[in-house]
Design a protein around this ligand. Structure first.
Ligand SMILES: [Zn+2]
Length: 191
């Protein structure tokens, strides 16, 4: 495995252990040239999955692209990388379990939205607002309402005390993020 820091071709495995209920092997590697350390995950590729995009184009499903769009939504959010890996693996497992060889990008997008909803409310609003191409304030309010309903059972004070406010100027982190997102078009595509 090539070192991502210096490009050295010959890196060494320091540690290998199974993760995610034995569906992956996590390896810690170290570069003998620059002493850089990094992690790789080894997984079974069951079969090639095609993604049918809204444009009509078909592309091979790419886990890394899915991970990238998730990471854009999670930018600067305090979520552990292992939890993100597990989330993305869960989405891939659902896609594989569907038994379809071709999946609409909209199906993947909705799976990501559902998964992010449980992982991080801010990332959820970011992703949902771009992915679903919100055009109206009402779209934001319906998603913020979903978040508020989710928040109430936990008793957390994350979203203005759980009440979506009519005011869209946005004081909380959630609102200010959601208002900015429509400009970040590029992050909306899962493929
Ligand atoms: Zn190196």
């Amino acid at each position: 495995m090539r070192c991502p820091f210096c490009g050295c071709e010959d890196t060494q495995v320091k540690d290998s252990r199974p993760t995610e209920e034995n569906s992956a092997i996590r390896r810690r590697r170290v570069c003998p040239d620059c002493a850089g350390r990094f992690t790789t995950f080894e997984r079974v590729q069951l079969r090639e999955l095609m993604v049918h995009k809204r444009s009509g184009r078909k592309v091979v499903f790419d886990r890394d692209k899915l991970m990238n769009s998730v990471m854009v939504a999670l930018r600067k959010r305090p979520i552990e990388p292992d939890r993100v890996e597990r989330m993305v693996s869960g989405i891939v497992r659902q896609l594989e379990a569907s038994g379809e060889s071709e999946i609409a990008s909209s199906v993947i997008g909705e799976l990501v939205i559902d998964a992010l909803r449980g992982l991080d409310p801010v990332a959820y609003v970011r992703f949902a607002s771009v992915y679903r191409d919100f055009r109206e304030a009402a779209d934001f309010e319906s998603v913020l309402g979903e978040i508020a309903r989710d928040a109430i059972p936990r008793g957390e004070n994350q979203f203005n005390g759980g009440e979506p406010s009519e005011d869209s100027s946005g004081k909380s982190d959630t609102k200010s993020s959601s208002v900015k997102v429509p400009n970040a078009k590029a992050s909306g595509e899962t493929h």
